[in-house]
Design a protein around this ligand. Structure first.
Ligand SMILES: NC(=O)c1ccc[n+]([C@@H]2O[C@H](COP(=O)([O-])OP(=O)(O)OC[C@H]3O[C@@H](n4cnc5c(N)ncnc54)[C@H](O)[C@@H]3O)[C@@H](O)[C@H]2O)c1
Ligand SMILES: O=c1ccn([C@@H]2O[C@H](COP(=O)(O)OP(=O)(O)O[C@H]3O[C@H](CO)[C@@H](O)[C@H](O)[C@H]3O)[C@@H](O)[C@H]2O)c(=O)[nH]1
Length: 437
């Protein structure tokens, strides 16, 4: 089938590349010329394992194209996917201006029956707004239908998720359009769940809010574990064995970040507020997460008294491993706090995200290697559980540092291992070990 994808961020590009891999003729459209030039040359503008290879393969096979022109991309497309950003506004509501711009452009350019598929995460009711906007602009030139097809991929495993996701949700008020989207996705062999448009829109927010709730819940339990002498890793393992609870998303840590959970939880609170419902549970989930991001600095202050002139090796800038995305990463909040406390920061991330210099305070020294970050540090802060950090040469690190004091926001090491390496180790939801005072 001939498909156009508007927006080539984490969702649009991965969707476009994977749809071309299963045999569709795909044109990806983005307003960013530099991005489009890169992609035409077979280079992904984002770091996502496995994506470059699939891109190059499908460009060579003549199934994958890139353009900045909506008109060119929409030419003969049977389905147009909307995959542009819906970033948070100051008040937490989703900014729908990019989606609306695309709706107007679709209305201006289509001239035959088209299925418009919304992949972007949009508040309940938005697909009907898109429908109205296209109807108003198309002036009867062409028929079209709207389908809500929310995306559930995770950054870092996005390609794998596209081929092995748990479900494909198709929300539609027209069985014919729903059938087109099911047909497009058939080669993935993933279970399809059909529902109405509003429920599909809500499934996306409810899923992210529920996963965020699991994380804040285990983080609250971790605080109790620290106070009561229990070990949160053991608690989560024991809880997770109950199939009704499930073992995933029970990793205590420095809190959730990224482009989705913080944004979508805040948006759902607003969506609820619009219909006069106080979503108290979700508000607490957000509050717990904000508190969680303060934790490492609080622990370091309690340990050192003051962080004035202390050098901190800040390990991990991305919000999770295997991505270059720093949106809402704990590294941003933590470095702002450390700067405020008068600490010096030597930061390192294996991917060295392009956005780092823009998002972090100017005082942060961005290091090229792990060794540079560790040299002469008074302590380490682990923000992201990159494999490189989990298998770090601790004796080497201890030699480079002024003192081997670790504050681990991701519980990268077992307590036994930390003791065996002779480091002072403060983690989340577990007793501190190796403290020599
Ligand atoms: N990032 C994720 O892991 C993820 C997962 C599931 C759902 N989502 C949702 O998918 C949507 C996209 O997220 P993302 O992270 O891929 O966004 P992104 O910010 O990485 O990418 C958006 C892209 O759209 C382009 N764009 C903006 N306006 C355009 C226009 N008029 N025409 C063409 N291109 C345009 C931008 O240049 C940018 O490249 C959001 O609603 C998000 O909530 C994201
Ligand atoms: O047990 C856990 C699991 C995750 N996290 C943190 O939660 C955040 C989000 O992680 P993850 O869900 O793996 O990454 P995302 O790429 O943000 O994916 C989420 O957000 C996407 C955008 O909506 C959805 O499509 C996905 O289904 C949903 O998992 C990260 O900061 C993780 O470190 C924890 O702290 N503990």
């Amino acid at each position: 089938m001939k498909i156009a994808i508007v927006g080539t961020g984490y969702v649009g590009l991965v969707t476009g590349v994977c749809l071309s891999e299963i045999g569709h003729q795909v044109t990806c459209i983005d307003v960013d010329e530099a991005k489009v030039d890169k992609m035409r040359a077979g280079v992904s503008p984002i770091y996502e394992p496995g994506l470059d290879e699939l891109m190059q393969k499908n460009i060579e096979a003549g199934r994958l194209f890139f353009t900045t022109s909506h008109q060119e991309g929409f030419q003969d497309a049977e389905a147009i996917y909307i995959a542009v950003g819906t970033p948070p506004r100051e008040d937490g509501t989703a900014n729908l201006s990019y989606v609306e711009e695309v709706a107007k452009s679709i209305a201006a350019h289509i001239d035959s029956y088209t299925v418009v598929v919304t992949k972007s995460t949009v508040p309940v009711g938005t697909n009907y707004r898109i429908k109205e906007m296209i109807s108003a602009g198309v002036e009867g030139r062409a028929l079209f239908d709207i389908v809500s097809n929310p995306e559930f991929l995770r950054e870092g495993t996005a390609v794998q998720d596209a081929f092995q996701g748990d479900r494909i949700v198709i929300g539609s008020d027209n069985p014919k359009a729903a059938q087109v989207v099911e047909e497009i996705n058939k080669p993935f062999g993933i279970p399809v769940y059909h529902t109405d448009i509003s429920s599909a829109e809500m499934i996306k927010y409810a899923s992210n809010a529920f996963l965020a709730t699991k994380i804040s819940f285990i983080n609250e339990i971790s605080a109790l574990c620290e106070k009561l002498g229990a070990n949160v890793e053991d608690v989560a393992a024991g809880m997770g064995m109950d199939k009704r609870i499930g073992s995933q998303f029970l990793r205590a840590g420095i809190g959730y970040g990224g482009s989705c959970f913080p944004k979508d939880t805040k948006a759902l609170v607003q969506i609820a507020g619009n219909v006069e419902h106080e979503f108290d549970l979700l508000k607490s989930v957000i509050q717990v997460n904000n508190k969680q991001q303060q934790l490492l600095v609080d622990k370091a202050k309690a340990r050192f008294g003051s962080l004035e002139d202390k050098t901190v090796a800040l390990l991990g800038l991305a919000f999770k491993p295997q991505t270059d995305d720093m949106r809402e990463s704990a590294s941003i909040v933590v470095s702002q706090q450390l700067v405020q406390e008068g600490a010096r920061i030597q930061a390192f991330d294996p991917i060295q995200p392009e956005m780092a210099a823009q998002l972090l305070p100017p005082e942060v020294a961005l290091c090229q290697t792990l060794k540079d970050a560790l040299t002469n540090a008074d302590c380490v802060f682990i923000i992201t559980d990159w494999p490189e950090f989990k298998k770090m040469d601790i004796p080497m690190a201890s030699q480079l540092m002024k003192s081997p004091v670790f504050f681990d926001g991701r519980n990268c090491f077992s307590l036994e291992y930390a003791v065996s390496q002779g480091i002072e180790y403060h983690s989340i939801g577990r007793e501190s070990v190796g403290v020599k005072r």
